[in-house]
Design a protein around this ligand. Structure first.
Ligand code: X2X
Length: 334
């Protein structure tokens, strides 16, 4: 009765392991994500593998490929590949989908959210479903929403305490909306793949970047390359676990239910570890030698005012109906 003593996770890991070596009946799905294998994204993806292997008695396993390697390092390309069935599964951030679905920029509009309760009211509520319906039209079935997090700014030149401090800084950004936000602040934005960013920071090609603390800055050791961090919470970024519609349609309702349940549980876990890592993050980063600035409400208001032109421009691109659905859910969460 040795197995009875094994924890659920250990057993699931064994089953997942058996899937990896490949039993003839097992199907291994390929999951692409675009950050490193030390991140909470990766841990969430591995959790999904464990849970789905367990739920299907090893019939389905998941092989996780980090750093967008299945998309030739192009983080934006993953969504389009999933849409046409060239990948089975994706775990990616809303921002990376904006070239395919501009409406996805709604989540990361500057200063849309002020708390995790507000975030959860949208990603776990009707607005999240609204976005899932739009993605479905592109061949992407959203199984569950996870978290990249509130994006904080880092750089190597000076502490950022007010919008003026951003002037002239060479900033790496992930997507088109952030180009407009950085321009509004007087910085020099440069769009770059995440997979190339750590080297660019190291070599001084750019002065700074912005990413969430728990999901990316700590696990990818950005603190080794950057001196200053400001918790300006300027933009929230969710991730989602999605499956190609072609693959989804190949399963019966029972299997679809198992996939959705495993994804929901895996992403709940991923959100939890991401928030824990973020909550402990300031102390950790300070210990690592970063200088942290935590703006108060009035200082945050100055950043909000300065980024308003980018909010307005992108709210128009997203469309008023979607923006107000989000704003209503956010207002109701307070
Ligand atoms: O590229 C980034 O900055 C990252 C990892 O946060 C995204 O995928 C948007």
């Amino acid at each position: 009765m040795k197995t009875a003593k094994l924890g659920r996770n250990a057993l699931a890991a064994m089953i997942a392991g058996a899937v990896m070596v490949g039993s003839a009946a097992a199907e291994t799905l390929r999951l692409s994500h675009n950050v490193g294998d030390t991140t909470t994204w990766h841990q969430g993806a591995e959790k999904f593998n464990e849970l789905i292997a367990e739920a299907t008695d090893g019939e389905i396993g998941v092989r996780v490929f980090p750093n967008a390697q299945l998309a030739g390092g192009d983080q934006m390309k993953q969504a389009e590949m999933i849409g046409r069935g060239a990948l089975d599964l994706v775990l990616t951030s809303a921002i990376n989908v904006t070239p395919l679905v501009p409406e996805m920029a709604v989540f990361s509009l500057p200063y849309l959210y002020a708390s995790y309760d507000q975030v959860d009211a949208t990603t776990q509520g009707a607005p999240g479903q609204m976005m899932a319906d739009i993605l479905l039209e592109k061949g992407i079935v959203v199984l569950a929403w996870g978290e990249n997090g509130f994006r904080e700014v880092t750089n190597n030149v000076r502490p950022i305490t007010a919008p003026e401090d951003m002037k002239g800084l060479n900033m790496r950004v992930a997507g088109p909306m952030y180009i407009d936000v950085m321009n509004a602040l007087g910085a020099n934005p440069q769009q770059m793949q995440w997979s190339e960013t750590l080297t660019a920071l190291q070599q001084g090609v750019v002065d700074g970047q912005e990413n969430p603390i728990g999901a990316v800055i700590i696990p990818q050791q950005v603190y080794e390359m950057q001196k200053y961090l400001t918790t300006w919470h300027y933009s929230y970024d969710p991730i989602f676990l999605g499956i190609s519609k072609a693959k989804w349609d190949s399963y019966d309702a029972e299997m679809q239910e198992k996939l959705r349940t495993a994804a929901q549980e895996a992403m709940a876990y991923q959100r939890q570890i991401t928030r824990e890592g973020t909550a402990n993050g300031i102390a950790f980063l300070t210990e690592k030698g970063m200088e942290i600035y935590q703006p108060g409400p009035e200082e945050l208001q100055a950043f909000r005012d300065a980024t308003k032109p980018a909010f307005d421009e992108w709210a128009a691109k997203v469309g008023p109906e979607i923006v107000s659905a989000f704003q209503s859910a956010i207002a109701a969460a307070d």
